[in-house]
Design a protein around this ligand. Structure first.
Ligand SMILES: N[C@@H](CCC(=O)N[C@@H](CS)C(=O)NCC(=O)O)C(=O)O
Length: 219
């Protein structure tokens, strides 16, 4: 059995969970609930497997620890021959570009929340920059939506589902669907895939997410 440091709330873990469903490898992994956050002391169960203290981390049958989500997903894809990372160079490049963009947006959304929860208040210049970047990232994804729509389901789509899921989960009043219609239509279609339905984000430790972020991200 492989082991996965897992959380039902993590967008990066969700990428791996979608990949596990898509590759048919779900039964070969045992999930361990691991709580991590930038502002908490590093998790002592996670640190031996990932010195960066982040999840997801996969530990293979022969004890090798694999991170981050990009490397784990590529490994699962190679092991199964599913094609989430296409062999064709240009098709692969598109999937990797989309993954970089969507993952980058997810990174901003995660760290932004942490900044908003800081007791002394958020650093305005920094959050102003994240607002501009999050808007630009969404605008770019909207522009890329026709290409994403035409491409076979791959790692770029998986990263996109996780980023948009994070918006819905932690930024529930941002109304991104009203501003990005092509992305909204694409997401509605992808949301029907069984791997996406099966990996819906769940808040197992309610933390009043919406109140923290309300009004900070508008398009
Ligand atoms: N680039 C990493 C990002 C992983 C990441 O940021 N995970 C979050 C949880 S969703 C985390 O572990 N945060 C705790 C920390 O940064 O210390 C990946 O793709 O896996």
């Amino acid at each position: 059995m492989m082991k996965l440091h897992w959380s039902p709330r993590s967008p990066f873990v969700r990428k791996v969970m979608i990949a596990l469903h898509e590759t048919g490898l779900l039964d070969e992994v045992e999930c361990t609930r691991s709580v991590v956050a930038v502002h908490l002391p590093p998790n002592e169960q996670v640190m031996p497997d990932n010195p960066l203290g982040k999840i997801p981390v996969l530990v293979t049958e022969d004890g090798k620890s694999v991170f981050d989500s990009r490397v784990i997903c590529e490994y699962l894809d190679m092991r199964s021959g599913t094609g989430l990372f296409p062999a064709d160079p240009l098709a692969r490049l598109d999937q990797l570009r989309w993954q970089a963009l969507a993952d980058g947006l997810t990174d901003i959304l995660l760290i932004w929340r942490t900044e908003l929860s800081r007791e002394s208040g958020p650093w305005q210049a920094v959050t102003d920059g994240w607002l501009t970047k999050a808007r630009a990232a969404m605008a770019r994804l909207e522009k890329e939506a026709p290409l994403l729509e035409a491409a076979p389901f791959g790692i770029g789509h998986i990263a996109l589902i996780s980023a948009l899921g994070q918006l819905d989960f932690r930024w529930p009043d941002c109304q991104w669907r009203d501003h990005f219609p092509a992305l909204s239509a694409l997401e509605a279609r992808m949301a029907k895939r069984s791997s996406v339905v099966a990996t819906a984000v769940v808040d197992d430790q309610d933390s009043g997410a919406g109140d923290l972020t309300r009004g900070h991200l508008t398009f």
